[in-house]
Design a protein around this ligand. Structure first.
Ligand SMILES: [Zn+2]
Length: 108
């Protein structure tokens, strides 16, 4: 019996291209993000107001050709990225990356 926690563990994280990250999950599902999309959903305190939850980052201003220079595992529940714009404070929990899957159905 797999719990939800097991299901959202990544099996492989692929950086085939600096503008993209692909995640293959333990259940075989695949999620693909552009580096720009990841920067736009950055959950850190510089990008989202901690009190109101309102995004302060102007997502339209994130460059289309943004790349990531480094991907780091955070414990066994998240990754952090170093972006080419110098931003690196965002921690992306696997749960969030799975839930925000750009290709998945809205109700997933
Ligand atoms: Zn941020």
């Amino acid at each position: 019996m797999g719990t939800e926690h097991d299901r959202i563990q990544p099996r492989v994280i692929t950086r085939s291209d600096p503008t993209r990250i692909e995640i293959e999950w333990a259940d075989g599902h695949k999620t693909s993000y552009s580096t720009r999309q990841l920067r736009q959903i950055c959950p850190c305190a510089q990008c989202v107001d901690e009190l109101t939850g309102v995004r302060t980052l102007v997502t339209e201003l994130v460059p289309v050709d943004l790349v990531h220079n480094q991907v780091t595992m955070v414990g066994n529940y998240a990754i952090s990225l170093l972006f080419s714009d110098g931003h690196q404070t965002g921690i992306y929990p696997f749960r969030m990356l799975r839930k925000n899957d750009p290709a998945s159905e809205p109700n997933n």
